[in-house]
Design a protein around this ligand. Structure first.
Ligand SMILES: C[S@@+](CC[C@H](N)C(=O)[O-])C[C@H]1O[C@@H](n2cnc3c(N)ncnc32)[C@H](O)[C@@H]1O
Length: 273
């Protein structure tokens, strides 16, 4: 089995290029998470914080946040970015290297977020439950957990057309003159396991003409709505809100995302679950 972190800990190039990829840079999730961060009192924990794409804006908005990630490369890049922030923002940020399914920070948070599908790197139910157990241990009684997933497009699990590379980033020029183009493909579909072996392929052209083809190959777990609700319930979480996109719209057949807001214990309070 490949590295647990979605290959982020095997490939330094992922941290190097992450913040230049327009499909990451242009995601509409930052304001959504910032709003929950502003509304929550006390400390915030981001699990799978990566290069700080969401973590830094939350700290800039005045909140104390701990970022946890398993990848040295992503954390290193995040640290470099944090160093460029004002002293005040820097003091609001703590970074720790931990596995999100096995950690003890010996403190509690009012808001725990697992953005941009990081939970989908946890393949086994055992790891998923261990992760939620860690959340339970670190969340204050009145605190909130927010996890997002993509809403499954069934054809990704069955249609062989996805095995062919498709461009998702057309050529862009990086500040140092390198050029980056990116494609994605599904190398293997495992419908029964709800897991696809995904490849994200970076084509780099250096100013002197050298060409590289770099592949992020990782298994990605596909989650369904009711599966997540049951999974959360097994660790005593109830869903208090469910959205289909970061504009807080209701989940429907066409929604790209599934965003769960959960609290500890008690019956599910949301009628439309
Ligand atoms: C798609 S990136 C998201 C980064 C950031 N949250 C964002 O929204 O830009 C997923 C991150 O999850 C991290 N990750 C994956 N599995 C992990 C695990 N088991 N424990 C901690 N971090 C993990 C990866 O290293 C990577 O930085």
């Amino acid at each position: 089995m490949m590295n647990k972190s979605g290959a982020y800990n095997d490939n330094p190039f992922l941290a190097e290029y992450y913040d230049y990829v327009p499909v990451y840079e242009n995601r509409k999730d930052i304001d959504f998470y910032k709003k929950y961060a502003r509304d929550s009192e006390g400390e915030i924990l981001e699990m799978g914080c990566g290069t700080g794409r969401i973590l830094i804006p939350i700290a800039r908005a005045g909140r104390n946040i701990t970022g946890l990630d398993l990848s040295d490369y992503m954390l290193e890049r995040c640290k470099e970015k944090v160093k460029k922030e004002s002293g005040e923002v820097q003091r609001r940020i703590k970074l720790v290297k931990r596995d999100m399914s096995d950690f003890d920070l010996s403190k509690k948070f009012n808001l725990i977020i697992i953005p941009f599908r990081a939970f989908q790197h946890l393949l086994s139910i055992e790891d998923q439950l261990k992760c939620l157990e860690c959340v339970d241990k670190h969340l204050n009684d009145n605190g909130k957990l927010i996890i997002d997933f993509f809403q499954v497009n069934m054809s990704f699990l069955t249609n062989p057309d996805y095995k062919v590379e498709k461009e998702d980033v057309s050529e862009i020029k990086l500040p140092d003159g390198r050029k980056l183009r990116r494609t994605t493909r599904i190398a293997k579909q495992h419908r029964a396991e709800q897991c696809n072996e995904t490849e994200i392929i970076y084509y780099i052209i250096h100013p002197q003409g050298k060409k590289e083809r770099l592949v992020q190959a990782f298994p990605f777990r596909y989650f369904f709505r009711y599966e997540v609700i049951h999974l959360l319930a097994r660790r005593g979480f109830r869903v208090v809100d469910l959205f289909g996109d970061f504009d807080a719209s209701e989940l429907n057949d066409h929604s790209p995302e599934m965003i769960f807001v959960a609290k500890k214990r008690g019956p599910n309070s949301l009628k439309r679950l």
